[in-house]
Design a protein around this ligand. Structure first.
Ligand code: GLN
Length: 196
């Protein structure tokens, strides 16, 4: 199975490192031919407005939407969560999301840069806590009926899954802990679409 990391902007290098720790050999995805090679994809944190624009410039939006519709296992973190959500509140008017997970999210919902924070999370299915790094993180304001909430902070979902799509409001690639990435890879491997 080949896993890609969308490498247009943002924290992609840390995801590549964490996936490598988790035992994968990730591919950086910058063009449609890169995307065609991968069976699963990480959409990193960064700036969702910029990443949304770069998806169009790189001609990746349509092929990515097709792969998502086909059920490609995809893990979006922070800005990646925003890009994969159905509805983005406080986004730029020209910002377009991919609607791959039935969530409404508010950009920078926890406040501005100074309101970034770290906290230990209880994650469904993980033993012990996971260190959550939140950087101008999105707040989940609506959760669709088919979405599972795997972790919360103060009653707000911060790790969610629907089918093959996993999203986090925090940055698991900055925790020095590859468990969530490993779980994503295992689930991707187990899903039929990920078999090569
Ligand atoms: N606030 C950023 C955005 O709206 C996301 C921040 C992040 O990915 N760390 O895209």
């Amino acid at each position: 199975m080949k896993v890609g990391v969308l490498a247009l902007q943002g924290a992609f290098a840390s995801h590549v490192a964490t996936l490598t720790d988790a035992g994968a050999t990730p591919i950086e995805v910058r063009r449609p031919h890169d995307l065609a090679e991968v069976d699963a994809l990480v959409v990193p944190g960064g700036e969702s407005t910029t990443m949304s624009m770069l998806l169009d410039i790189a001609e990746l939006r349509a092929p990515l939407a097709d792969r998502l519709a086909d059920g490609m296992p995809t893990f979006g973190t922070c800005a990646g969560m925003i890009l994969l959500a159905v509805e983005v509140l406080d986004g730029r008017s020209d910002q377009r999301s991919l609607g791959a997970i039935d969530l409404d999210v508010r950009r920078n919902g926890y406040g501005r840069q100074v309101d970034s924070f770290e906290t230990d999370l209880e994650v469904d299915g993980l033993d012990g806590t996971f260190h959550g790094v939140f950087i101008r993180a999105p707040v989940v304001e609506r959760v669709g009926p088919d979405v599972e909430v795997l972790a919360e902070v103060d009653g707000r979902p911060v790790l969610c899954r629907q089918g093959n799509v996993l999203v986090s409001a925090f940055h698991p690639e900055l925790a020095g802990d590859a468990r969530i990435h490993r779980r994503f890879l295992e689930a991707a491997f187990a899903s039929g679409t990920a078999a090569t």
